[in-house]
Design a protein around this ligand. Structure first.
Ligand code: GCW
Length: 716
């Protein structure tokens, strides 16, 4: 009896230890396995000297103390004065005494207000490491960067690291509703427990802030862009204030979504017309009310006149009128307006891919200084692959901010392992040619191309209250990678994967090498088994879970997959060339020329820009039908290879995460085959061709796939 109880207890303890691993994200701070290395570190790190006393400074030194103590396996204590021990000295510019300043010879002009410097220095013949910045928040970022060096087992000799974020606004967009459901959320319910706020502060809020600060994220929009005006009432603002207070020491500002019709819904007014003085005044008063309780409130994110949301057009005004009216309201307090350009209309017969550019490009230069236009990475909607959005680079006088989707609405939810930084990097590296060769999207976004004052990158969060935050253990890497790229849009996604794996799992090369390769290939795998060769938006209706290329019965034409693939007896693909909708003309001439010409259009974007005959010869010699079928098969094979990789690394991972990923990969494999079979059976009706050798025969009929229904698919 007793032994049974003991076994049970042991099971509970080991389960919660693994669960904790899941929860701790990339901040595991595991004790360093290599004892020689640990001893080496210990000779350089005998203590911490913390010079600041702001909330942020105290938070930083605690994080450093905990992280180092855990990783070095010895208590590392914090002192306020330098003694004879080699120490990590932390403090902002103004807190450094003249002795430290002299020894470090730091030129603080090399960094911006959020930047940091990590430098090996010597004082009275003793070696120390100084982590400093102009402001305490820079020191905080420096500390996380230093901890990462230890987490990834890097040398800490002769350090001379100078780093600053390249964008101002590095922000998560939570599509969280006030009832705690999350639009396009696949990791449980919203983190924000509105009912218990403001008095109950969940430890999650603090750990959320730590995780974000560790990767440089400095803003969060708490609420869904499909907004509810109630968030702007005093009852809720008090709750928002409580969250802002938790996040503040971590350098994170809170933002909210503004429902354009709020003056009517919660203000009792008859209109929300932005040209009506009473409306402008209502927003001014609302802004003042918010800033009185949250002095560092970031501003508003707005989805207006898009997918049924209210906006200035309801009153015969335009996006500029709406954005500028709100901009005036927050300007006195230093706030900004992030105005989304995700618009398309059922009344517009134009190619949907052209609509946002057509509407917003002419507004260039018309927005107030504190407005930034937020543009999705592609012109349709967060597909596994899209060419970069033509607005990037096309508005020299209007800052544009990137919107990536971290949550995997169209990429297998939180059941598919897809490493998104690879996708993000592809977009950021794309050349817009708007100011000649080398005018990359990254340069538009970080403001170097047109010298914009405000810059930013937003990511639609994949976070919920699942124990592991993101549903899939590897989806944590997408949150992590998003933050790292928002900090520096020029980082290499492979290096980010390496960092993340080492910080989240272990440093063993036998684990890192194969698993990193698995992550890197995972993005192309999902493109292959869902939408190869430029296909897009052929997911099933509404929930977007699984294939639905046959869907043609939705009221709005551009909601139907058939609108996007246009498969017929002659071929497949959307003709956006000069002879088609001429969407290519929205790009700079050099880029337009590349996309317009079948010969030069990258094959990965082929069916995005061209309607191509089934017999068209691809670069590898296959005809289009065979090539497409083989791509679908390749995607399936890639998932199989991922499973094989994972099954071999069991001994390097705790059993819980090992099993979770194993089960999820099994689902992904099943679903990759589902995608392949359903799409090929459907398109085969048009190509009229046999499957080529090497492509497995479907085990179900097209009717079977068409009959599948998912009434409670999450996130919808
Ligand atoms: O991708 C679509 C989603 C909607 C979302 C919209 C948007 C928040 O299916 O759920 O609404 O984009 O970005 O506004």
């Amino acid at each position: 009896m007793i032994s049974l109880r003991l076994i049970f207890l042991f099971l509970i303890i080991s389960f919660s230890a693994s669960a904790q691993k899941d929860y701790k994200l990339w901040l595991q701070y595991d004790k360093i396995a290599n004892t020689d290395l640990r001893t080496k570190y210990l000779s350089d790190i005998q203590g911490i000297v913390s010079l600041g006393n702001s909330e942020t400074a105290v938070t930083s030194s605690k994080e450093l103390e905990n992280g180092l103590t855990e990783m070095l396996g010895t208590k590392i204590t914090v002192k306020s004065k330098l003694d004879q021990a080699s120490s990590i000295i932390i403090g902002s510019e103004s807190s450094l005494n003249s002795e430290i300043q002299k020894a470090s010879e730091i030129d603080f002009n090399q960094i911006n207000d959020e930047g940091f410097i990590i430098k090996s220095i010597s004082i009275k013949n003793k070696k120390h490491i100084l982590i400093s910045g102009k402001k305490d928040v820079g020191v905080l970022y420096g500390i996380y960067s230093f901890l990462r060096l230890i987490q990834t087992n890097k040398s800490i000799q002769n350090l001379d690291i100078i780093d600053s974020p390249k964008t101002n606004i590095r922000i998560l967009n939570h599509w969280d509703n006030l009832d705690r459901t999350v639009e396009r959320g696949y990791a449980g319910f919203s983190l924000w427990n509105w009912q218990k706020l403001p008095d109950f502060i969940d430890q999650r809020y603090i750990d959320y802030a730590r995780a974000n600060a560790s990767i440089g994220i400095n803003g969060t929009v708490l609420t869904n862009v499909n907004a509810n005006a109630l968030i702007l009432t005093p009852q809720y603002l008090e709750k928002v204030e409580a969250l802002a207070k938790v996040f503040r020491p971590y350098g994170i500002k809170v933002y909210l979504t503004a429902r354009f019709s709020a003056p009517i819904e919660i203000g009792g007014l008859k209109t929300a017309d932005p040209k009506d003085a009473a409306i402008a005044n209502w927003w001014k008063a609302k802004a003042k009310e918010i800033y009185t309780i949250i002095p560092d409130f970031g501003g508003f994110l707005v989805k207006a006149n898009s997918e049924g949301q209210p906006g200035p057009q309801n009153y015969g005004r335009d996006h500029v009128d709406g954005a500028n009216m709100l901009a005036d309201a927050v300007a006195p307090f230093g706030g900004i307006i992030m105005w989304r350009a995700f618009v398309y209309s059922e009344h517009d017969a134009n190619d949907r891919a052209k609509q946002a550019y057509a509407e917003f490009q002419p507004y260039d230069g018309k927005f107030k200084e504190n407005v930034i236009v937020q543009v999705k990475n592609g012109a349709i909607d967060f597909q596994p692959r899209e060419p970069f959005h033509p607005l990037f680079g096309a508005t020299p006088k209007t800052p544009l901010m990137m919107e990536f989707q971290i949550t995997q609405e169209y990429l297998g939810f939180s059941t598919h392992l897809v490493y998104l930084p690879k996708l993000f990097q592809e977009v950021l590296e794309s050349d817009t040619y708007q100011k000649g060769k080398g005018s990359t999207v990254a340069k538009v976004v970080d403001g170097t191309l047109y010298k914009n004052k405000i810059t930013g990158i937003a990511g639609v969060a994949n976070i919920g209250n699942d124990i592991n935050w993101t549903g899939h253990p590897f989806a944590q890497a997408n949150w992590y990678g998003f933050g790292r790229l928002a900090w520096n849009p020029y980082l290499d996604s492979e290096i980010i994967a390496d960092e993340w794996l080492r910080s989240t799992f272990c440093n063993d090369e036998n684990f890192i090498r194969p698993v990193k390769e698995m992550m890197i290939n995972s993005r192309e795998a999902v493109v292959n088994y869902m939408t190869p060769l430029g296909l897009h938006h052929i997911m099933d209706t509404g929930h977007h879970y699984g294939p639905g290329p046959w869907v043609s019965n939705l009221s709005r034409p551009e909601w139907n997959p058939v609108y996007y693939h246009k498969a017929d007896k002659n071929g497949i693909g959307f003709d956006r060339s000069k002879t088609g909708t001429n969407a290519v003309a929205q790009y700079a001439p050099e880029a337009a020329k590349i996309f317009d010409n079948l010969e030069t259009c990258p094959e990965k974007d082929l069916l995005w820009f061209h309607h191509v005959p089934w017999d068209y010869k691809l670069k590898d010699g296959h005809n289009l039908w065979d090539g497409m079928a083989l791509k679908y098969q390749e995607g399936v094979n890639q998932v199989k290879a991922m499973q094989e990789t994972w099954n071999k690394i069991e001994k390097y991972v705790d059993s819980q995460r090992f099993k979770e990923v194993q089960m999820l990969l099994n689902i992904q494999y099943k679903e990759a085959k589902w995608w392949r079979d359903a799409c090929l059976l459907y398109f085969q009706q048009y190509s009229g061709k046999e499957l080529p050798i090497g492509v497995e025969k479907p085990t179900q009929s097209l009717e079977y796939f068409q009959s599948l229904k998912f009434p409670f698919a999450p996130g919808n």
